[in-house]
Write a protein that binds this ligand. Sequence first.
Ligand code: 3PG
Length: 307
Amino acid sequence: MTKVLVATEKPFAKVAVDGIRKEVEAAGYELALLEKYTEKKQLLEAVADAEALIIRSDKVDNEVFEAAKKLKIVVRAGAGYDNIDLEAATAHKVVAMNTPGQNANAVAELALGLMVYAVRNFYNGTSGTELLGKKLGIHAFGNVGRNVARIAKGFGMDVYAYDAYCPAEVMKQAGVTPVNSAAELYEKCQFVSLHIPATAETKGSIGYELVSKMPKGGVLLNTARKEVIDEAGLIKLLEERPDLKYITDIKPDADADFAAKAEGRYFATPKKMGAQTAEANINAGIAAAKQIVDYIKNGVEKFRVNK
Ligand code: 3PG
């Protein structure tokens, strides 16, 4: 019987696992679960007889593909697939997919929640400021960026966006003002929310030079990836500019340094939690299961991300 393995170091909500199971069993396949694993060895053992694999931010590298002798497809239940070695997937004749958009609202809601948290001084009881009328810059206008724009407009924010790959017309239709460069976005906006993927081009790209362009009282918000930040550069800037704040749901490598050098102006959630809602888990998990069934039964490769 075809085995579908759900391997999630950070598990889906139970209701999402139930939904995935329903899809998988309706197709006549068997579901195996590896949750909260602590060692790679456990993943290597669990994938040995799996034909399909559903993951979240779990790392799937060449060693995992080597161990997964029967694997045909791996689906990242979520947007970013920087945790999958795509070349290794192709070399092992495995199709890799993501489930774009399925958890975008969850991440966007958290982004706005973190903005409120920042301007209300981390809910410490002191007088803060409001978001109404403030300029928000959305760095990358994909599924999450678009949801952030929608919600931010509800707060009455003045929304701008920069995305080299998204036509200005799409932004305008969403009531968002396009700008021509990242530099312009950071110069204009007191709030900047990052929604760029971690790629060779973006890694370490958000640092001293760009963020120093932000106006007084600037808040940089990162619910994207820790890798896009030049941590040393950002720490240096936060030390020089006591008006700036850095808020993230992806703990940086230099967490202790950020906490010490930007005390009261830095916050990181204990675990990456943008997509950690029942709804996002259901949407992304079930989409992943459906894409697996559709690929194995009908050869549908719509959301394939490797060549
Ligand atoms: C994504 O890329 O979809 C989000 O960052 C969510 O990641 P997660 O599944 O690890 O919560």
